[in-house]
Design a protein around this ligand. Structure first.
Ligand code: AMP
Ligand code: MG
Length: 497
C-alpha cells in the first residue's frame, strides 16, 4: 500500500506543523507530527486489516508514527461538537494524528489514524497521549464489533510507547503513572458530524462547502445526481446512523459519549471511550461516570440521541440547502426509520411472526425486574421449546419468585408468536460472546503486568461471537462475576484516557 494525501489536497488546511493550542479557522485540518519514542514495541496486530491493504508486519513502525515514509503527511482534523447537549465550540483531534490514506485491495481509500501519538494544535490542556488500558479497550472492542456485524472503525495495531503517562482516572486528585500506548485505527475517513458543525458555527460557509464537496465526491462518489446530491448524501448518513444505533441496541452496546464530535459520517461506531456492555438488563444504565447525573447517553436513550445528533448535522448543512423544509422532512423520516428498524430488530431478536409491542414491553420489564443477563438470556431463549423458566435461569442475577407466574404467561404468549424457522435464526444475530466490561479489564490487569496472553485470547474468542465455541463457555459464557460489580473499569469508566 502506498501513502496518499487526497484530503489535504482537496480541502483547506494549515500545512505548517504547529502544535500551539489555538483557534484554527478556515481549515479542515492542521499539519501534525507524531512524537518519537526510543522504545516502542508492538503488542497487537490485526492480520485481517493488514491483509485488506497488503501491509506487511515489518512495516509496523509506520503505524506507530515512528517512521515517516514517502507520501505520508500527518495531520489533525479540525472539528467542533455538541458535548452532553451543549455546543462546545472547537474540539479537533487533540490526541489523534492521521498519517495518510491508502487504498485497500478493492481500490477503496481508507484513512489511517494514530490515537495517542502526541500533541496537536487541538490538544488544549491535554497531553495528546493515550494509556494502555483505554488503548486495549479500543483495540479489542473495534474488532469485536466488526465480528458482530456492527459498523465500526477498525483497529490495525496496538503499540506500547515505552513512556509513562500521568492520569487521574476518576478526576479525584489521585493521579498515577500509567503505560502509554498508541493504536492505529482505520476507516474510510474520520470525518464527523462536528467536522461540518465547526464551520457553520463560525459562519464560514466557504470552508463548509468545500468539505461537503470533497466528502460527497470522494466518499459518496456513487451519488451522481448533481441537483439532489446533498439531499441524497444526508439520506445515506441518516440510514447508516440508524442502522448502527439499532445494531448497538441489538448487541447491548452502550457507547457512553454520543457527542456530535463522536458521530462518524459513515455510520461507523467511532471513538471507543467509556463504553460498556449491558449485562443485567437495564435501559437506564450507562458506564460513563461523567454522565452519571443526567444519564443522557444511557442504553435505552441511544436511538433518541442519534436522532438529536442527526438534527444537529442537518442544521450544520442547512446553509447549503435552498429548500429548508426538506430538512424537517428528513428529521421526520429519520424518526420513522428509527422506530421501524427498532421493531424489526425485536422481531429478529425474538424470532417473532410479527411485531407485538405489548410482548416486547412486558419482556423488557421482566428482564429489568429479574436482572436478566442480556447476552445469556437471548441465547438460552432461542433453544427453549417449552415455556419452562428454569431453562433460562442461568441468565438471571436475581429471579423474584413473585414473577414466576408472569414469566409463564409471557413465555406462553411468546412461543405462540414464533415460527421454528425464525427461532433457528436467532443465534445468528444474538451473540453468545461479547466484550463484557470485566473481560476487557482482565486483559488490562494482565497487560499492566506485562502479560499479554489475554489480549490474544479475547481477540480470538471475539472473532466468532455467534459460534458455540464450547471450550470457552465455562469462562466466558457466564454472568458477571461478583468481583466485577463495583470494580473501576468494569462498572464505571471515565473519559480520562
Ligand atoms: P473524546 O473523549 O475522545 O471524544 O475527546 C473529546 C475531545 O478531547 C477531543 O477534541 C479530543 O481530541 C480531546 N482530548 C481527549 N483526551 C485528550 C488528551 N489526552 N490530550 C489532548 N486532547 C484530548
Ligand atoms: Mg472523540
Amino acid at each position: 500500500m502506498d501513502w496518499e494525501t487526497r484530503f489535504l489536497q482537496s480541502t483547506p488546511g494549515e500545512v505548517i506543523v504547529n502544535s500551539k493550542p489555538r483557534e484554527v479557522v478556515q481549515s479542515c485540518w492542521v499539519g501534525a507530527e507524531p512524537e518519537k519514542h526510543a522504545n516502542v514495541s508492538l503488542l497487537g496486530w490485526t492480520d485481517s486489516v493488514a491483509a485488506m491493504f497488503g501491509i506487511q508486519k515489518t512495516r509496523h513502525l509506520e503505524f506507530a508514527g515512528q517512521k515517516i515514509v514517502n507520501g505520508m503527511q500527518p495531520f489533525a482534523h479540525c472539528y467542533g461538537g455538541h458535548q452532553f447537549g451543549q455546543w462546545a465550540g472547537q474540539l479537533g483531534d487533540g490526541r489523534a494524528i492521521s498519517i495518510g490514506e491508502g487504498k485497500n485491495q478493492s481500490g477503496v481509500y481508507h484513512e489511517f489514524q494514530l490515537k495517542g501519538s502526541g500533541l496537536t494544535a487541538f490538544s488544549r490542556r491535554g497531553d495528546g497521549k493515550a494509556v494502555l488500558r483505554s488503548s486495549i479497550r479500543e483495540f479489542l472492542c473495534s474488532e469485536a464489533m466488526h465480528a458482530l456485524g456492527v459498523p465500526t472503525t477498525r483497529a490495525l495495531s496496538l503499540h506500547l510507547t515505552g513512556q509513562k503517562v500521568m492520569r487521574d482516572m476518576f478526576y479525584d486528585g489521585n493521579p498515577i503513572m500509567e503505560p502509554g500506548a498508541i493504536i492505529c485505527r482505520v476507516a474510510p475517513s474520520f470525518i464527523r458530524f462536528g467536522s461540518f458543525q465547526i464551520h457553520t458555527s463560525r459562519g464560514d460557509f466557504e470552508t463548509l462547502e468545500s468539505l461537503v464537496d470533497y466528502t460527497i465526491s470522494e466518499h459518496f462518489s456513487h451519488i451522481k445526481d448533481e441537483k439532489n446530491r446533498i439531499s441524497m448524501w444526508l439520506d445515506e448518513i441518516i440510514d447508516t446512523t440508524v442502522e448502527m444505533v439499532i445494531d448497538w441496541m441489538r448487541v447491548g452496546f452502550v457507547h457512553g459519549v454520543m457527542n456530535t464530535d463522536n458521530m462518524s459520517i459513515h455510520g461507523l461506531t467511532i471513538d471507543y471511550g467509556p463504553y460498556g456492555w449491558i449485562e443485567d438488563f437495564d435501559p437506564n444504565w450507562t458506564p460513563n461516570t461523567t454522565d452519571a447525573s443526567t444519564l443522557r447517553y444511557r442504553f435505552g436513550h441511544q436511538p433518541r440521541i442519534a436522532l438529536w445528533n442527526i438534527a444537529r448535522l442537518l442544521e450544520a448543512i442547512s446553509p447549503l440547502v435552498e429548500d429548508r423544509s426538506m430538512l424537517q422532512e428528513k428529521i421526520n423520516d429519520a424518526q420513522e426509520k428509527m422506530a421501524l428498524s427498532h421493531e424489526k430488530m425485536w422481531v429478529n431478536k425474538l424470532g417473532l411472526k410479527q411485531y407485538d409491542e405489548e410482548l416486547v414491553l412486558e419482556l423488557v420489564e421482566l428482564m429489568y425486574q429479574d436482572k436478566a443477563d442480556m447476552t445469556m438470556f437471548f441465547r438460552l431463549l432461542s433453544s427453549l421449546s417449552k415455556p419452562e423458566l428454569h431453562q433460562l435461569e442461568p441468565a438471571f442475577y436475581n429471579v423474584q419468585t413473585s414473577n414466576h407466574v408472569n414469566w409463564n404467561i409471557w413465555l406462553n404468549k411468546y412461543l405462540s408468536n414464533t415460527y421454528d424457522e425464525n427461532r433457528a435464526k436467532m443465534n445468528l444475530i444474538n451473540p453468545k460472546y461479547v466484550l463484557r466490561n470485566w473481560m476487557a479489564q482482565l486483559a488490562i490487569d494482565d497487560a499492566e503486568k506485562e502479560d499479554y496472553a489475554k489480549i490474544e485470547l479475547l481477540t480470538n474468542l471475539l472473532k466468532d461471537p455467534y459460534g458455540e465455541n464450547h471450550d470457552f463457555e465455562k469462562d466466558w459464557f457466564r454472568r458477571r462475576p461478583e468481583w466485577a460489580l463495583n470494580r473501576p473499569g468494569c462498572s464505571m469508566l471515565s473519559c480520562s484516557s
